[in-house]
Design a protein around this ligand. Sequence first.
Ligand code: HEM
Length: 144
Amino acid sequence: MYSGLVHAHSGLRWVALILLVAAVATAFGRWQSRNAFTESNRKLYLFTLIAVHTQLLIGLVLYFISPKVDFGMMSDKLYRFYTVEHLVGMLIAIALVTVGYSRSKRLTDAADKHKAVAIFMGIGLLIILASIPWPFRIPGAGWF
Ligand code: HEM
């Protein structure tokens, strides 16, 4: 089960990243050109939220079973990354993505709705990019 979850969590990063880039680009463009808020925009923003929350769920399970999470090994860069940095960065980012989605849902003006997604999901995307264990940064991490 552990290996399956790591593969799912690792591969799903690409789904989450593609959806986040599409959502932020769409939201930014439609905010700037004051375009309408369409049903397909709503679906794109919703699927982005779902992808990121799915990562949160799998990540939470991994946090309790992964050998790379160990509070007794905090002097080691690799353990510190998974035990603290990856967790904290991703929790902040996922909170921002969630705030962007729910603010946008509450607002009524189309430009304001897109603006909330563009800003909150945009900052969330940057934090996610910085918190992913990329193979060139974290030994043993994979691309998929
Ligand atoms: C959008 C959010 C997230 C993304 C894109 C993401 C992405 C990744 C990636 C790419 C890996 C490396 C897998 C590999 O070695 O190939 C990983 C590992 C891990 N993630 Fe996340 N993650 C996210 C959120 C979280 C959260 C919120 C938690 C904890 C609550 C978490 C816990 C972990 C743990 C414990 C590992 C190490 C698994 C292992 O190799 O033993 N992740 N994550």
